[in-house]
Design a protein around this ligand. Structure first.
Ligand SMILES: *[C@@H]1O[C@H](CO)[C@@H](O)[C@H](O)[C@H]1NC(C)=O
Ligand SMILES: *[C@@H]1O[C@H](CO)[C@@H](O)[C@H](O)[C@H]1NC(C)=O
Length: 223
């Protein structure tokens, strides 16, 4: 009994010792002293639950209609992240609706704050993610059909391509109210202002004409 008590006390003490700051919920949060110029702290401010909250705060209706896939990628992602669905604030979860035209692509991208589970509702998707350098950038891919579920671990580059001749539809569930989105091509070649050409020429080991060409493209965001 005495041993057990000691163990519990030690466990409590150590859980305290290992406590850390909560994970960030936005890309950055520069401290300000003046509260009037402060925007939000790790999430957003809350409505007064006694006065203002209604059932409508917990409903999201933007998934009713298919996304418009008439664009160069042939895909449209409709997000139910905290910015579109304020009821998610502090709940640690979000969703997306993914519409694909035949051969439409959701290009390689990262959610730096969230793991993603995807379920295919219609069509056939070639999906994949790439493990980090530590795991030799190993590619994991699969062709999914209706009913299949795939998981994309947090922070890894991933993509979905409709390999069918019909439209495809999928829904994604993410483990953050604000999972974040970094579309690789848009970030690397579409940075504003542009990244120094010498950086990209050396990084990609190509001619600077190719980098100039890529930086001159308009990188469409399918969200
Ligand atoms: C879909 O987007 C295209 C390109 O922006 C536009 O021309 C078209 O009118 C849109 N279709 C609908 C149904 O909104
Ligand atoms: C990565 O590659 C190195 C060198 O070929 C190998 O020794 C190591 O086992 C590989 N690691 C994984 C996780 O595949």
């Amino acid at each position: 009994m005495k041993f057990f008590q000691t163990f519990v006390i030690l466990a409590l003490a150590s859980s305290h010792a290992f406590a850390s700051d909560p994970s960030p919920l936005q890309d950055f949060c520069v401290a300000v002293n003046d509260p009037n110029s402060a925007a939000f702290v790790n999430g957003k401010s809350c409505k007064d639950p006694k006065l203002l909250v209604m059932a409508d705060d917990f409903v999201f209706t933007m998934f009713r209609n298919p996304g418009n896939t008439s664009n160069q990628l042939g895909s449209k992602i409709t997000t139910a992240f905290v910015d579109q669905f304020p009821g998610l604030n502090t709940l640690g979860i979000a969703m997306a609706r993914l519409d694909f035209a035949p051969y439409g692509l959701n290009p390689p991208h990262i959610h730096h704050r969230g793991t993603e589970m995807l379920v295919v509702v219609e069509g056939t998707l070639h999906v994949g993610f790439v493990a980090s350098n530590q795991l030799n950038n190993t590619l994991f891919t699969k062709v999914l059909t209706k009913g299949d579920v795939f998981v994309f671990p947090q922070g890894l580059i991933h993509f979905q391509l409709n390999v069918g001749q019909t439209n495809a539809l999928a829904f994604a569930f993410l483990s953050s109210q604000n999972p974040g989105l970094i579309t690789i091509a848009n970030s690397v070649f579409g940075a504003k202002p542009p990244i120094n050409v010498d950086v990209l020429t050396k990084a990609f080991q190509v001619d600077n004409k190719l980098i100039n060409y890529l930086q001159a493209q308009s990188w469409f965001d399918n969200h």
